[in-house]
Design a protein around this ligand. Structure first.
Ligand code: GAP
Length: 452
């Protein structure tokens, strides 16, 4: 059964619960830019942290963090100055601008034709000829705004890795095959932003470049394709919502490319690309910098420029995929204090515990009899390991619902039995089961469940 289109509800929950806000909202917002609120920053950090841990806590991959501003020659060598363009058309009638290759996805800019696709306007001859628009944001370094001072905000994090290939290899003493990973901000002056966080002008990438012996490129391409699909599955993306798209028209640097796509409510969209970039980037940087970049294999006495298999995921797009994937509206059975049962609707985010922004909530059943004091001690103790929310307002059922909407996997309640025997209830967000354990064992229990 296909999931109902929850897009508007997800955007509304994201704002209401403090996941995502429009950038500069009090000034009317800035198109294509978003701010991550208290829960959003936790979720985004968790996405980046699990990626970092899974990609770099292995023998063959090193991490790096390179600057956003780089020498302008980097972008000439990479081909971005020449080729990083999208075709753009203007509507002669309403003056709106469109990316010409996705007109069937975009809406016409004229309010009088609400809901009409831009492709229709093109068919009616309303658009100018397409011209190429470079997506890199340009600025100037230092006080003088002339052509010798031009710098670009990086449109991908990959180039910072290529220009450091020799530095990392020499200092880490890695041998091929090995990879270098980095996550960080990237900027693209997209002609049309789209679908909330899906296509924005400022976003984060999580990229890894794996340097290999050229004849082994197919083997490693397949290896990384598998690894990366399994990564998304491991953290809960539903199998039927993931597919592979194989590119036939390739970017200027690629020999082979696939996209891992997720089925968002608005349709299938790329969340990560796996590319065989050959020796294009290292060769070009060698050429443009005049510095030799190559690898000597002392076992085989071979000297060569490595090929690169790139895994390039969007952190912001993965955030949107995990958020969308987690969202459910469900009917559940509520157990009342007198033991009777009732059906109740709830909105819940079924995040994998490693991704959940808040790992546990702690409630005193009532605000008296010493329960708040015990609950505070428990919350403070758990905070040594994870983010915890303390809530003492309203009925416990309502507190559960609030935590369901935040995706909190466990709720700990201090009640009258705690005063007698030191046990608390732990309620599981997904199964709704409640267990009783001693308050001294909560931390160990959660650490095992959350797998940290
Ligand atoms: N280094 C290769 C590279 O940048 P890409 O396919 O252009 O390849 C990789 O981008 C990933 O970055 C995409 O799969 C997507 O997740 C993310 N991404 C690209 N443009 C984006 C945008 N405008 N907004 C949000 N995420 C974007």
């Amino acid at each position: 059964m296909t999931k109902p289109d929850y897009t508007d509800k997800i955007i509304s929950l994201a704002k209401r619960r403090g996941f995502v806000f429009q950038s500069s909202e009090i000034y009317g917002g800035l198109n294509g830019c978003y701010d991550y609120g208290p829960l959003g920053v936790e979720l985004l950090n968790n996405v980046k942290n699990i990626w970092w841990k899974d990609m770099t806590y292995r023998e063959d991959i090193e991490g790096i963090d390179t600057s956003i501003l780089m020498h302008p020659r980097v972008w000439e060598a990479s081909g971005h100055v020449e080729n990083f363009t999208d075709p753009m058309v203007d509507c002669k009638e309403c003056k709106a601008r469109f990316r010409a290759d996705i007109l069937d996805e975009l809406e016409c800019g004229n309010k009088a034709y609400k809901g009409r696709k831009a492709i229709k306007c093109q068919q009616e001859g309303k658009f100018t000829e397409a011209r190429n628009f470079n997506l890199m944001f340009k600025s100037f370094i230092g006080p003088v705004e002339d052509s010798s001072a031009v710098v670009y905000l990086r449109p991908e994090t990959a180039q910072g890795i290529y220009v450091n290939f020799q530095n990392v290899r020499e200092t880490s003493r890695q041998k091929i095959p090995f990879g270098i990973a980095q996550s960080g901000k990237a900027f693209r002056n997209e002609i049309n932003t789209k679908n909330f966080l899906y296509r924005t002008r400022e976003f984060e990438q999580m990229e890894m470049q794996y340097f290999i012996n050229p004849p082994e490129d197919n083997k490693w391409f397949e290896y990384w394709k598998e690894e990366r699909i399994n990564w998304f599955l491991k953290y809960g993306l539903k199998k039927e919502k993931i597919r592979i798209y194989t590119h036939e028209k390739l970017a200027h640097y690629a020999k082979a490319a696939i996209d891992i796509e997720y089925e968002f409510p608005f349709g299938w969209g790329e969340i990560e690309g796996i590319h065989n970039r050959t020796d294009f980037d290292l060769k070009r940087h060698s050429e443009y910098s005049g510095k030799k970049i190559e690898y000597f294999d002392d076992l085989t006495n071979e000297r060569y420029i490595p090929y690169v298999i790139e895994t390039s995921a969007g952190a912001s797009r993965s955030f949107l995929a995990f958020l969308t994937n987690a969202y459910e509206e469900e009917e559940v059975t509520r157990e009342n204090l007198d033991g009777s049962k009732a059906m109740e609707k709830r909105t819940v985010l079924h995040f994998h515990p490693s991704l959940a922004p808040i790992k546990a909530a702690v409630f005193p059943l009532v605000n008296r009899d010493g329960m708040p004091e015990i609950a505070h001690i428990i919350a403070n103790d758990l905070r040594k390991n994870f983010r915890v929310f303390y809530d003492d307002s309203g009925a416990v059922g309502r507190r559960y619902r609030r935590q369901d909407e935040c995706g909190t996997p466990f709720c700990v309640t201090v009640d009258s039995d705690t005063l007698k025997d030191g046990t608390v209830t732990i309620r599981d967000r997904d199964s709704l089961e409640q267990i009783r354990i001693n308050k001294d064992r909560i931390s160990d229990y959660l650490i095992t469940k959350i797998n940290i």
